[in-house]
Ligand binder design. Structure first.
Ligand code: NDP
Ligand SMILES: O=C(O)C1=N[C@H](C(=O)O)C[C@H](O)C1
Length: 242
């Protein structure tokens, strides 16, 4: 498969390594504007791990050129619905995920299950914490937002998430973001009462898990004959059903 990398930073380079190990070819390594449309058009699929300001243009350019696109860039989701409208209009193929790692996608399911179990126990207050490296541009992380949405969906005591955590009122789920050198990505959800605490935590040790998930999603999307907007749930469903 010919892959265009939109964003060639820490993730772009890790994806290149995993993609080459899986016998794919990299036809574009783009780290700035304007996009090299000739090279992009050569690709079977584009993988965007860039910056919040560039993601929307990168993704919609792929739709216009008929190139299926995977995006893991976080911090641009206020434009997600608009991107999906353009995808539909242009018959694009698109997957966005705040986190492509298999472990985190299992953790999303664990989070939803725990949220359902805890929904009627309002003595427990929830705190969601994410820790990332100091170069990260956005806060809170996209993964923390997905986790918060997963809890709010199951627990009617919370109507929204709030960052920073100290500004949250009683009906807002507080998210704390810490920045510590070289941390790849840690997410922890704690349910605390005066009597006890219940905690679940995911710790990424390397970026390989994010990159492998993105390449697997790209392989899946490229083979998909029907255009449309898909999610990591669709990819994992097909993967685990094999
Ligand atoms: N969904 C997931 O599983 C994961 C998502 N992420 C997200 O992916 C994104 C990238 O992360 P990471 O690789 O660590 O960040 P980096 O800062 O290491 O890389 C981002 C790259 O994008 C480049 N860039 C700048 N402008 C453009 C543009 N117009 N088009 C294409 N590329 C551009 C930057 O170039 P320059 O340095 O020259 O500005 C840089 O090389 C972040 O949003 C992060 O949150 C990260 C890990 C996992
Ligand atoms: O910027 C990162 O590094 C990461 N970003 C993603 C996010 O914002 O959730 C995913 C992962 O945690 C690493």
């Amino acid at each position: 498969m010919k892959i265009a990398l939109l964003g060639y930073g820490k993730m772009g380079k890790t994806i290149e390594k995993i993609a080459l190990e899986r016998q794919h070819e990299i036809v574009l390594k783009q780290s700035s504007t304007p996009i090299d449309k000739d090279a992009l058009q050569e690709a079977d699929v584009a993988i965007d791990f860039s910056i919040p300001e560039a993601a929307f243009t990168n993704i919609t350019t792929c739709f216009q050129l008929g190139v299926p696109v995977i995006s893991g860039t976080t911090g641009w989701l206020d434009q997600y619905e608009k991107a999906c409208e353009i995808a539909q209009k242009e018959n694009g193929k698109f997957i966005y995920a705040s986190n492509f790692s298999l472990g985190v996608n299992l953790f999303f399911q664990l989070n939803a299950h725990l949220a359902e179990l805890m929904a009627n126990f309002s003595d427990y207050k929830i705190n969601l914490e994410e820790i990332h490296h100091t170069e990260k541009k956005d806060a809170p992380s996209g993964t923390a937002i997905t986790l918060a949405e997963g809890i709010i969906d199951k627990n009617e005591n919370y109507s929204a998430w709030k960052y920073p955590a100290n500004k949250a009122n009683n009906s807002e789920l507080p998210i704390e973001a810490k920045r510590i050198e070289d941390v790849k990505g840690t997410h922890k959800i704690a349910y605390s009462s005066t009597i006890d605490d219940i905690e679940i935590k995911h710790t990424a040790h390397t970026r390989d898990g994010f990159a492998l998930g993105a390449v697997i999603a790209a392989e899946w999307l490229q083979k998909k004959t029907k255009t449309g907007i898909y999610s990591m749930k669709d990819v994992l469903h097909a993967f685990t059903a094999q």
